[in-house]
Design a protein. Sequence first.
Length: 170
Amino acid sequence: MLLVLAGLFAAIITVSTMMIRIPTPTKGYINLGDCFVNIAGWLLGPLYGGAAAGIGSSLSDLFAGYTVYVIPTFIIKALMAATAFAVFKALSKKLPTLVGRIISAIAAELVMVAGYAVYESFLYGSAATALTGVAGNIVQGIGGVLFGVLLYEGIIARIPAAKSLASAKK
């Protein structure tokens, strides 16, 4: 079942990343894929959620012609899902669910912002040039936190099968 859900999430992440793309000055783009990257981590755990996030996000880069980002995106997005899971798991016994989910999503988005800043500093040969993409990634991260938490808490958490899947991962 987890493999099927991971495949489904990979497809959802690919499509949600490609459907709404707002270009940034660094030739990247802001998208809604991160909200599903976080949700995949929360629901599927670090292995399956990370695989879904990495595969789905990498496919969107491949299909959009950002081939130089395919491998770094796989790594960064897989780490994001794993971070969302691990931080939420660590906080879920100490804080209300909503607060833990917000903090874990912020942690995951910080992984994304830092990951792309490090990669782009090597890609462009300049940390200063790489920093020009940070603002766009922060905006994307804010969207990933807001939409991910709202979608999860507003809809997914109310689905009985999702509740049992998420509680099995704790």
